[in-house]
Design a protein around this ligand. Sequence first.
Ligand SMILES: *Cc1c(COP(=O)(O)O)cnc(C)c1O
Ligand SMILES: [Zn+2]
Length: 451
Amino acid sequence: MEEYNAWFECIKGCEGRYALTDIIYRCPRCGDLLQVAHDMDKLRQKSPAEWKRLFDDRYMRNTYPYGSAVWGKKEWVCPQIDNANVVSMYEGGTNLFWADRLGQQIGVTDLWVKQCGNSHTGSFKDLGMTVLVSVVKQMIADGQQIRAVACASTGDTSAALAAYCAAAGIQAVVFLPRNKVSIDQLIQPIANGALVFSIDTDFDGCMQLVQEVTSKHNIYLANSLNSLRIEGQKTVSIELVQQFDWEVPDFVIIPGGNLGNVTALGKGFLMMYDLGLIDKLPRIVCAQSERANPLYRSYLTGFKEYKPIVAQPTLASAIQIGNPVSIHRAIAILKRFDGIVEQANEDELANASAQADLTGMYTCPHTGVALAVLFKLVERGIIRPQHRVVVISTAHGLKFTNFKVAYHEQKLPEVTSRFANPPLQLPADYNQVERAILEHLEREDKSKVDW
Ligand SMILES: *Cc1c(COP(=O)(O)O)cnc(C)c1O
Ligand SMILES: [Zn+2]
């Protein structure tokens, strides 16, 4: 596999190539972000059919590390790492849920939800973190001095970093904004032995701290301005097309905060397109919380203007980011994909999440944002009944128990819980229980008429 080659280069196109095992996050000439580029001529030596067959042969099989849906595409992701240094927990291979009942309710029956939260640490962040931590393990094996790996996080990056570092025997350091991540997310890096800072600031404040500490010490920076994570995350588009037997959907809707994920989604599609595996591109929709919507505001100006904002508290806490690091990469992707940016408020995201749960999912609030945006685009006639639509579900609902409990107790501020389903408290009395069941079934029969 040594013949395949990838390197860092400036996203603005400045001269210079840097090894993926160099400690470098920004272009030394202009200071902008780097991206991973691949030797495309080499990759073109295999035909599209050969790549599809290779990826399909490896998919969710047992030859380490290729059963991971990230490492099954190793030549396209990070070809130079020794397999012995790959730190994998069988990433990807997540269910592409056919949202049949939810789709019928909104009149779009070719509706699919990509369950990226069904993974080792419960969010899509595993897809990128396996690549980053594997590269760090390779760097250490090559003799580089790296004492720890650090990140700022809205809760899911830190969980992923802590787990992968623990598996690799590398110290993780995580910076979390106090009271702005769920209790479930907070306990994950604690359990995995990371050094956990709970800092009295927001995500953007944590980001500044981690950048300063990693620039001064032999501590490697794991945030998504580090493009290694984008390489792993881009496999989500390859995988979902693979799950449709290499057909491209019409729309993909994805919630966005720091905007690494929407960048990665687009990058995966473009790579398949360039290498001839697909012959069209979907429209990409980025869904933001109304409380943390700098990309949406820029979209309203036709992307002519962009101003960072101070993000306000939102139930979609993992996307409470006012100054997204990948803003320019994301705008470039959205322009290329005839992109749309839409927002959802607290009431809309919480109810969308609950409505989806009633059809068998267990959605996180960020997936709620994406679903609420889906509903809006259907109402507006942009997404139509014949379209095939994929919603990217970014985390598992089990990481947001307090959100679910408060919703069903009807205690979420600014939310009218239209789908609340509180437990019935009854004494151990057969007649009362029987009456409650029959009343419930009757009510359900009546409401079915509406759907
Ligand atoms: C990180 C995260 C996002 C946003 O991804 P970005 O790359 O920051 O835009 C959305 N949902 C969840 C659950 C996340 O953890
Ligand atoms: Zn540059």
